[in-house]
Design a protein around this ligand. Structure first.
Ligand code: IPM
Ligand code: MN
Length: 350
């Protein structure tokens, strides 16, 4: 290792569909930023996803998980393929990683960037959805009985633990303290009264303790407000399913899924956090060279921020803003070239 060069070990898990295409762009830009800012990434390739599963039947073997645990962070492309039945890769790889690595916060910022055209400009849309990421309806509780009869019954249970809710709300409150000092709990406490009461009580306790202003919106109303009056939101804290849905809506309002970034965080830092664009594997456009890598690049910026490389993270963000402001690009290559040029100019000014 060269003296004076900080090294971060990052597992690169490109996954399926457009995942490899968009993370290749993000990876090159991270290296470019590192060269300017005195760090290097020791990339470790993780061969997981549909192809490995179809080849070997393996989703997340122990040695692969052990290797991921040793990384400082994980950059993930996308998981999911039409050649594998729905749920196999999602549950067996993505959700398993979120749970094994205790990635209990899914951080999903959505900001209307200046270059994004459309009727939403001027609405003040700048929110961060803090989605609980290991519990709720995604915990895997439930099952099927009386299969194959007219009374076949399928249940999915929403798991909400005091500790799980509290650590997520604490993270959101900390984020709110660094931003506007406000946090909105989104739930459906008028119907989901058991989980709702727990979330409400914990949010009230944590907000009072941390001096945060707490608002509340039912999830259906929150969808309406996000479209009609998004300025009322800053940090939104919510459960796993509501956060999944709200973050797609927030993405649609801020330029589409192509731009949406996320961090699956282990805020306790007992292991690596995992960064991925919100979009899926988009098999319909895989290989066409048209995937937008901006969501992956912005996810890599979240990763650099998490690794303490704040200046480099800020430059990746600014590069995306600058490319958007000059009209964006229509191909993956076009985005990559434009972002690289902008990043180089940021370096020149520094
Ligand atoms: C997301 C995705 C995943 C989720 C799927 C692929 C399991 O939609 O990251 O938002 O629901 O969490
Ligand atoms: Mn989703």
């Amino acid at each position: 290792m060269e003296a004076g060069v900080r090294t971060h070990v990052v597992a690169h898990l490109p996954g399926d569909g457009i995942g490899p295409e968009v993370t290749a762009v993000a990876r090159a830009l991270v290296d470019q930023a590192g060269a300017r800012h005195g760090f290097r990434i020791d990339w470790r390739d993780a061969d997981l996803g549909a192809q490995r599963y179809l080849r070997t039947g393996e989703l997340l073997p122990d040695d692969a998980l052990a290797a991921l645990r040793k990384a400082d962070a994980i950059l993930l492309g996308a998981v999911g393929s039409p050649s594998v039945p729905p749920g196999v890769l999602e549950r067996g790889l993505l959700l398993r990683l979120r749970s094994e690595l205790d990635l209990y916060v899914n951080l999903r910022p959505a900001r209307l960037r200046p270059g994004v055209a459309g009727p939403r400009q001027g609405t003040g849309l700048d929110v961060v959805v803090v989605r609980e990421n290991t519990e709720g309806l995604y915990a895997g509780a439930g099952g099927t009985v009386h299969a194959g009869t007219p009374f076949e019954a399928a249940t999915e249970e929403s798991l909400n633990t005091r500790a799980g809710v509290e650590r997520c709300v604490r993270y959101a409150a900390g984020l709110a303290a660094r931003r506007g000092g406000r946090m909105t709990l989104v739930h459906k406490t008028n119907v989901l009264t058991h989980a709702g009461r727990l979330w409400q009580r914990v949010a009230e306790e944590v907000a009072a303790e941390q001096g945060i202003v707490l608002d509340y919106a039912h999830v259906d109303a929150a969808c309406l407000y996000l479209v009609a009056d998004p300025g009322r939101f800053d940090v939104i804290v919510t459960d796993n399913l509501f956060g999944d849905i709200l973050s797609d809506l927030a993405a649609a309002l801020t330029g589409g899924l192509g731009l949406a970034a996320s961090g699956n965080l282990n805020p306790a830092r007992t292991g690596p956090s995992m960064f991925e664009p919100v979009h899926g594997s988009a098999p319909d456009i895989a290989g066409t060279g048209t995937a937008n890598p901006a969501g992956a690049v912005l996810s890599a910026a979240l990763m650099l921020d998490h690794l303490g490389e704040r200046a480099a993270a800020g430059e990746l963000e600014s590069a995306v803003d600058a490319v958007l402001a000059s009209g964006g690009a229509t191909s993956t290559r076009g985005w990559a070239d434009a972002l690289s040029t902008r990043l180089g100019q940021a370096g020149d000014r520094a």
